[in-house]
Design a binder for this molecule. Structure first.
Ligand code: FAD
Ligand code: NAP
Length: 558
């Protein structure tokens, strides 16, 4: 039985033993805190940073904003909250999203259960106590029956090792670890390495004030215009008057986002009509471009049509023929095999006289020196290098924690050939440990707010059911986990993902076996139905009992 212990208060000793420890205080951690506390559990959230907000606290680079429209990239759990909050732009900026998160934390009195500046370094399951022992970087220990890993999929910023990096006398920045005080690029010679979503948002902004900007690109990226703008009152009203129903529809939409979904296939549509539809969506802006036809992710012909349209747009926009060639994504790279980027003036930026582009496949980076960076063919004098090189994705922050389950088995060891979970929520051998938007769930393929809310609701309901049944122990079965991951990988075979070398894939560290798709690509609606069915059927695929089953047997024998 989960015992109710004293409510945790900042600084009091009672926090050393809580029902549920939550690691991370971004969107997921804060919602877990709220929901589990409401369910009567004692909770504490530990956050490595000195502020709450997760991604929206760390990624303060110029141009950072959401790519799911603000009216949809927000919590739906409170009708009052969604009615009272006023988003100003179609795609909110990082400062506005962070203000929203801070408002939520104040409104629901969450801060008193968050311990900032506290990095969790290890989590060890103690069989005899049926509890997790959490150790922080300062050596503090906390015991919790349940451990909720809200550590984020894109929270472990990655700077690749280029020789000489430590010798550089200028400034080194990473988009995902941006200084709180901001950074002034005025008059500086700057290089940006990386052209994913972060690079594509930052590059046009940096180019405005930098003396010179050199972009070092490894893979040309598909990007569509955001067409960001202020939201007008009528538009906001239309959302707010129908929020309950719209949110419910989004929960079952393929990626958790409402778009105008094209019902026709591209294959059955004439080339002229295809072009008109793509043009309409390009003009409207946003990732809804990929919803123009129902077969863009399933038919190579339809996918190529979407890619060809973007390639033609790049050709129209970029004036310099060499830059145009380098910025054009390869025909062999399917659109949507990596998350499509949404930009504001990205391709246009390369028409500026202060912006240059280097293709590092053709001209690799040799190293970084005191005053700049050398490629095989060029030498750049630089004041600043911005790494927009992404993250150790999905499992990166988890892998930084020394997680030990039953019999001291490490999660790192278990996942050395790629991560495995049952339903994306739990791992065999690691009882009472829940992952939020982890591998094997729809996660970053979706509107993350929808996925986060679904996971937290499922976990909360599961713990409530266990409490009603007097159970304290939950662990998935190995067989259920293997089948889940095999099914997820088979599903991905029908999608464009496996045809690109993207970070959606994971593989053995040795690279000896084929890389596998890490996520569930069957859509958030189908996924939700599966998770709900498992709960309704009293959790098939999970062992649920009073405590660690081996200890139960031992107790029966004695
Ligand atoms: P995070 O926000 O990453 O929070 C995790 C927290 O855990 C962090 O604060 C971290 O410091 C903390 N933490 C990690 N390890 C430890 C540890 N060992 N000890 C203590 N604390 C720890 N998704 C969308 O759906 N739409 C978007 O438009 C969108 N835009 C994005 C823009 C950027 C720049 C990035 C990087 C991601 C974006 N995402 C977007 C994805 C984003 O990850 C999610 O939308 C969401 O913010 C994730 O929330 P989270 O709480 O799960 O994780
Ligand atoms: P990313 O998508 O992983 O992009 C990283 C970029 O760095 C890629 O261009 C990559 O090239 C390049 N790179 C990585 N290692 C390199 C190396 N060693 N040398 C040279 N180049 C290297 O990371 P991100 O742009 O930070 O975006 C990550 C995710 O965060 C997105 O997919 C999205 O989910 C989210 N995000 C969303 C928004 C938004 O619009 N709301 C903004 C930012 C981030 P390759 O392509 O060749 O690997």
């Amino acid at each position: 039985m989960i015992k109710k212990s004293q409510a945790t208060e900042e600084g009091s000793d009672s926090e050393l033993n809580v029902d549920a420890i939550i690691i991370g205080a971004g969107f997921a951690g804060l919602l877990a805190l709220y929901k589990l506390r409401q369910a009567g559990l004692t909770v504490l959230a530990l956050e490595a940073s000195d502020s709450i907000g997760g991604v929206w606290n760390w990624n303060r680079y110029p141009g950072a904003r959401c790519d799911v429209e603000s009216m949809q990239y927000s919590y739906s759990f409170s009708e009052e909250l969604q009615q009272e909050w006023e988003w100003s732009e179609r795609y909110a900026t990082q400062p506005e999203i962070l203000r929203y998160i801070e408002h939520v934390a104040d409104r629901f009195d969450l801060n008193r259960h968050v311990r900032l500046n506290t990095r969790v370094v290890s989590a060890t399951y103690k069989e005899h106590e049926n509890a997790w022992k959490i150790q922080t970087h300062e050596g503090r220990e906390i015991r919790a029956r349940f451990c909720i890993m809200a550590t984020g999929c894109l929270s472990a910023a990655r700077i690749p090792e280029f020789p000489g990096k430590d010798r550089f006398k200028g400034d080194i920045l990473h988009t995902g670890h941006w200084p709180k005080s901001g950074y002034d690029f005025t008059g500086k010679n700057v290089a940006v390495i990386g052209t994913g979503s972060s690079g594509i948002q930052a590059i046009p902004m940096i180019a405005r004030t930098a003396r010179s900007l050199t972009v070092l690109q490894r893979t040309a990226t598909y990007s569509v215009p955001a067409r960001n703008r202020m939201l007008d009152e009528a538009e906001k009203r239309a959302w707010k008057d129908n929020y309950a129903q719209l949110r419910e529809t989004a929960r079952y939409a393929p990626s958790g986002t409402l778009y105008e979904f094209g019902e026709r296939t591209a294959e059955e549509t004439s080339l002229q009509e295809q072009a008109a539809e793509f043009e309409k969506r390009w003009t409207k802006g946003g990732p809804g471009f990929l919803r123009a036809f129902s077969d863009i992710s399933s038919s190579p012909i339809a996918n190529k049509a979407a890619g060809d349209f973007i390639r033609a747009k790049i050709a129209d926009i970029v004036q310099d023929p060499e830059k145009r060639r380098l910025l054009t994504p390869a025909i062999t790279l399917p659109v949507g095999s990596k998350r499509i980027c949404v930009d504001t003036g990205y391709f246009e930026t390369f028409n500026r006289s202060n912006v240059d582009l280097i293709d590092i496949r053709d001209d690799p980076i040799k190293g970084i020196e005191e005053n700049g960076l050398s490629t095989q063919k060029r030498k750049l004098d630089l004041d600043c290098i911005v790494f927009a090189t992404g993250f150790d994705v999905i499992v990166g922050s988890l892998m930084k924690i020394d997680i030990k389950g039953i019999a001291g088995r490490t999660l790192k060891g278990k996942w050395k050939n790629g991560p495995g979970t049952y339903l994306g929520l739990m791992v065999a051998g690691f009882p009472n440990l829940f992952l939020v938007t982890g591998p094997g769930s729809p996660s970053v393929l979706t509107n993350m707010m929808v996925s986060i809310e679904q996971h937290i609701e499922w976990i909360t309901a599961c713990l409530q059911t266990m409490r009603q049944q007097g159970k304290n122990y939950i662990e998935p079965e190995e067989a259920a986990e293997s089948k889940w991951m095999d099914d997820a990988n088979s599903l991905a075979e029908t999608m464009p993902f496996l045809r690109a070398n993207s970070w959606y894939m994971a593989g053995p560290e040795s690279g000896s076996s084929p890389r596998r798709f890490m996520l569930y690509s069957g859509g958030v609606g189908t996924y939700r139905e599966i998770c709900d069915r498992v709960a309704q059927q009293n959790y098939p695929g999970f062992k649920i009992c009073d405590r660690h089953p081996v200890l139960d047997v031992a107790a029966d024998l004695s």
